[in-house]
Structures are given as C-alpha cells and as structure tokens.
Design a protein around this ligand. Structure first.
Ligand SMILES: Nc1nc2c(ncn2[C@@H]2O[C@H](COP(=O)(O)OP(=O)(O)OP(=O)(O)O)[C@@H](O)[C@H]2O)c(=O)[nH]1
Ligand SMILES: [Zn+2]
Length: 218
C-alpha cells in the first residue's frame, strides 16, 4: 500500500476547562475525513510526549453514553495532558472502530439482543476492528513528536503505531468507571480483544476508581 501523507491546513487556540490547547486540522491522501490533533504546549522535537490516539465515538464523546468508556477516556486524557503542560490528543474519525455511526447503532441493537461487541460487528459483515493508525503516525511525525508515552489499554494500538515507525516508550493505562451499562462491553474487550483492563466484574456498581496521574516524562 502507498504511504499516506498528511498536511496541516490550519490550527486555532482552544481554551478548555483543563487548559489551553491548539486544534490542528489535517487533510490527508487516504480518506476525506477531518482528522485532528489537539495539542498542548511544545511537542516539536520532544521525547516521551504524553499522547492519546482517540477514535471518534459520537455517542460516548459528545452524548456521554455509558455503553462505552470513550467519553471518560477523552476527558481524562485532556486533563492529564493539560496538567503535564504538553501532549497531543489525536482525534481520528474512525467512528465505531471504523464501521461508522450507522453500523455502530445497528451493532448496538444486536448487542441488546445478546451478541457481544465483536460478534455484532461480524454479523453485520464487518471486521471486529477496522481501524487504521497510519494517519495518526503521520500526524505525530508532522508535529515533530520524537517518541510517545501512550495513553491506552489496547495493545493493538501500540503494535500498529510501532509498525508505522513511531517510538512508543511506555504505555499508561486509561481505565474508566465500570458500570452496569458498560460491564459486558469492557469484559469483551478484555477477553476477546486483549485489552489490558484490570477491572473485576464484581466491581460492576463500584464508583469510579481514580487512577494515578502519570508521572512527568523527565
Ligand atoms: N463497532 C463498535 N464500535 C464501538 C462499540 N463501542 C465503542 N465503539 C467504538 O470503538 C472506538 C473506541 O475503541 P475502544 O475499543 O473502546 O478503545 P480503543 O481506542 O481500542 O482502546 P483504548 O486506547 O484503550 O481506548 C470508538 O470509535 C467507538 O465509537 C461497539 O459496540 N461497536
Ligand atoms: Zn465509545
């Protein structure tokens, strides 16, 4: 496959509840989607940059759905990056692990009939996870990031980025609240998608466990 290219078209200052970021808008040669980087501080030429590669989840990120952990992971990542004073959240428009919102909603209906998140995708004729991380790698390169501390529970994300030439120095876990609505989803991610989740099913109704903020890079 030909290597994809990205170019930053513009960026703008975005003050948030956590601190100030710049939203960088990218175009690319692979698809027509608006992939974004939300950047705090100076990351050009930096090593061990705190990075979150976040896949779009309209239901979790915007609507606060409790079916998944995305919204909380997004908030926590921004909080930690702002507190560190530098870092990047790459926002990839790969809704529904790449199958799009329409198919994700259909997958949710299948899950309400008893199928898990993997089988629901397969029944709809999709792969379990159709995401691609090449554009995330190109965006990190464009920003001049030299190596990353990656906020994720997903080992496939680490291997994909590494295969794309990004040096991943360490992984920082990003576990969210376990509740009645996301328990089966999180269990499936741990059991069928090899996500590194520490939760115990008996914690189903336990309040959010606050995880330690990552140590500064230096
Ligand atoms: N197809 C499908 N996509 C889902 C479902 N629940 C969440 N998603 C999508 O999954 C993506 C997030 O992926 P996750 O597997 O939750 O997490 P991850 O990004 O692989 O791993 P982390 O870095 O640990 O968050 C987003 O694009 C969501 O829209 C679901 O039940 N079915
Ligand atoms: Zn989600």
């Amino acid at each position: 496959m030909n290597k994809a290219y990205v170019s930053q078209i513009t960026s703008a200052r975005i003050p948030t509840a956590y601190g100030e970021f710049r939203l960088c808008y990218y175009q690319n040669t692979l698809d027509h989607k608006e992939h974004l980087a939300f950047v705090a501080g100076n990351v050009a030429g930096a090593e061990r940059v705190l990075v979150r590669i976040h896949s779009e989840c309209f239901t979790g990120d915007v609507l606060g759905s409790r079916r998944c952990d995305c919204g909380e992971q997004l908030d926590r990542s921004l909080e930690w990056i702002a507190r560190r004073g530098a870092g990047v959240l790459v926002y990839l428009r790969q809704e529904g692990r790449g199958i799009g919102l329409l198919q994700k909603l259909r997958a949710y209906n299948l899950q309400d009939q008893g199928y898990d998140t993997v089988d629901a995708n397969l029944l709809l004729g999709h792969g379990a996870d159709e995401r691609d991380y090449s554009l995330a790698a190109r965006i990190l390169e464009d920003l001049g990031v030299r190596s990353v501390q990656l906020l994720t529970n997903n080992p496939a994300k680490i291997s994909a980025l590494t295969a794309e030439g990004i040096q991943v120095d360490s992984r920082l876990p990003l576990e969210a609240t376990v509740n009645r609505d996301n328990l089966d989803y999180l269990r499936t991610k741990a059991q069928r998608m090899a996500h590194l989740l520490q939760f115990k099913p008996t914690q189903a109704n336990a309040p959010f466990t606050k995880h330690d903020e990552p140590e500064p890079a230096n």
